[in-house]
Design a protein around this ligand. Sequence first.
Ligand code: ADP
Ligand code: MG
Length: 672
Amino acid sequence: MADLDSSVKYLKGVGPKRAELFAKLGINTVRDLIYHLPRSYIDFTSPVPIASAVLDEVNIVEAEVVAKERPAMIRRGMTIYRLLATDGSDDLTVTIFNSQYMFDSLKVGEKYIFCGKVSGNLTRREMSSPTVLKSTDKDRIQPLYPLTAGLTQNILRNCMKSALACASSEKTETLPESLVKKCRLMPESEALQKIHFPAEREDVFPARRRLAFDELLTLRLGMMRLRERSRSLTAYPMKKTDLDGFVSALPFRLTGAQTRAISECMADMEKPVPMNRLILGDVGSGKTAVAAACCYMAAKNGVQSVLMAPTEILAQQHYASLKAFLEPSGVKVGLLTGSLTKKKKAEISEAASKGEYDVIVGTHALFQESAGYGRLGLVITDEQHRFGVAQRSALAKKGQDPHRLVMSATPIPRTLALMIYGELDISVLDELPKGRKKVETYAVTGKLRSRACAFVRKELDAGGQAYVVCPAVEEGAADVKNATAYAEELENGEFSGYRIGLLHGQLQPAKKEEVMRRFKDGEIDVLVCTTVVEVGVDVPNATVIMVENADRFGLSQLHQLRGRVGRGSRSSYCILITDNPSSESRKRLKILCSTSDGFEISEADLELRGPGNFFGSAQHGLPPLKIADLAADTELVSLAQEAAELIGEKLSLPEFSALRKRVDSLFSGGEI
Ligand code: ADP
Ligand code: MG
């Protein structure tokens, strides 16, 4: 008999031909097959009397076949088979197209359950092409699987039964009984059986819960292992550093949260193992200053730091901030971006490797291609989206295990952060600098656009600047405001006489930079842009942001956008324009109007959109989850986290060998 790790082709009823079809579904081993879960079920458990079947809807009835008509060939290749069934309440004419096999298998005098749309009238009931089950069949709830051409539900069900038979002959419980009890889990073999062939509807939930738990636990343990692994590396331990020089040069006082995060980082960097820390903070919570403090410490210890930003604009800006924070205390900062000339790039790289800079700021892409630096001790990344785990570890290999700090762009709930950034330690910046005013937020329909524009003009006349954000650059759906055309429209209409700038992703880097600089220097009044400005751009004089087609953005994204204003001392405003009348859309925008807490918003966003969409098309870099849903399974996420903590180092004990094997194979695709 095949075991769980053997190829599906050895499974009864499969063979090499079908194995190829299975491969298309990502199923190679028997185990893969078992984890090919139903997308839904047909429930044959509660048939209704034929007489009370709802016309033109799918009904399930149980009836005895009483007569079969002679097949009628209505044209070439189309034969109709009819039979009559009754359940005592009424008769039902069942029509089957072309399947002689099915017709022959239905026997007069036997009872069946029929599922299908019932049509007819008060006196005559009909069902065409039903799904049929023998009354004696015990699997009254039938799984429906994702399929591929050449495979049918029946084939899949039969193969699944053989696969489950293999599973039941092996010991499939991967968890110790105490843990199964403690977490109120269904035993694993039972869960596998019941997720495919539940005896009743109520079986599905606990079965799924168990399998999702396993998946989350494995993921968490995998993350913990990565974390442990990085702790076995050696890093350059830094000496305790007095930050007075840094702090006194800052133009503001650090918040309590910033101070706490900085001490956590400093304590990490004093150790001989590399720091691996995430700074999780809301928009405007001041993550850059924390990064700067770390660079300061590194510089005072004679090692270099790099800060990598996801975009050119952000790199520019981080460079400006770090320069302002660090140069007064004698720390030298350099900038290395793609838009520099080849010669200039070479010069800076050269100077960096000679140690003429303490800190180099640049874009991710650039660092990935450049060689390491002489005394690289600290790598800071500002992440727009989470990097893949494998990608991240590749970066770390560049230097000789530098300390690493990651700045998140999106505040996410802590439980989720633990899952997604599980290989990192986390510092949360849960406090905004004092004196930040709440950005007044309004959601309005397009009808109020000209009033909104009048409001924006008032802000401009008072000396402020404005962002106008559109979702797309190129001519897309007719209702999507095209940034280029829209900029022109505004220039000739609502904002004629004001200085309009245009910024979008397709501009040349040098052009982008110039536009951004002009906006920063107050040479542009209204910046019409796409989401290039989403992350981190800092122009304190901008007091209003107007977002077109706001319903097309995610909530967290809108929150990021809103974070572009409210950075100075004046009151600031965010106007969200939408013509989407759906209550869903209104509900979402209402959340933004009612709170300015990024963590709260991301939680709501996650609930509404699910994690895949939440993180945008760039994934969250985790191995794919087949069963669990990070957004919906919050209870399970916490439970799995607790269980993982309990297991901890015991994972190496024999009782966890099956679980350990699973953790081993978790990242087998990526290079770790
Ligand atoms: P984010 O966490 O969104 O990256 P930034 O680091 O860009 O935030 O900081 C946002 C703004 O707040 C910047 O202009 C920065 O100079 C300023 N800032 C940072 N920390 C403080 C503080 N403790 N007090 C006042 N302003 C601060
Ligand atoms: Mg930032």
